[in-house]
Design a protein around this ligand. Sequence first.
Ligand SMILES: [Ca+2]
Ligand SMILES: [Ca+2]
Length: 255
Amino acid sequence: MTVGGDAILDSNITPSNQNIVINAFGNIRVNAGRSINTGSGLITLNIDTGGSGNKTLTLLGTLTGSLVNLNGKDLNDKLVGPDVNNIWTLTGANQGTLATAGSSLIMFTGMASLTGGSGVDTFNFNDGATLGGAIDGQNGNNTIDWSKYTTGRNVTLTGVGTLVGFKGTESSIGNGFDNIGTLIGSSTTTDTLTSILPSGTWTINGLSNDKYQEGGSTLAFSNFENFINSGSGSSTFNVSGTFPPGTNIGINRWC
Ligand SMILES: [Ca+2]
Ligand SMILES: [Ca+2]
């Protein structure tokens, strides 16, 4: 099926073991409570078929089939997940998998931006994986996990989140992240967490409850070894505890 504009699925589609392919030149939206279930058939939903960019695939319902593929064209195309707990795994450039309740494991390609739902969204990066656009966790305690990366990450916190947590930048996410409450650095000992917020309190003890607090928001973090405060105000560092071998804590500068 080819749709010239947007496709909105507001009924259940249950073909008996047949394939479903929808090519939309615009956006695709699967409404909440709605489902496509093809049994042993494939589900393929393609947005932005014309390649003009800025299209969105919004999945609020469920997709069940032998293979589920959601494809964009990289050009600022976005995948929006449902309002449950979602596990996103980035496996390459703008591609990966989405594990979400009620659906088969979803494969996606060409999605430059990922937006979570109201539940807990976890964004796992495989080594070398990247997104050209942005990550938005929306509500919930959302996590970005770079622990499979074998090169150090350099994260800058740029503000408190629009809804929860914090917003910030990192080179593996072209347009940065928003609404993230937990960050996990790479497997190396060269990860750096920088804040440019005007003030804040860092609690660094090398255990499992390292955190940064600012303006009523709390960021939990682990696997980071270098901390830089470069905001305009005064910040507080509370550093204590016993650190595992190989940990390199350095407060490079603050002002
Ligand atoms: Ca969320
Ligand atoms: Ca690390």
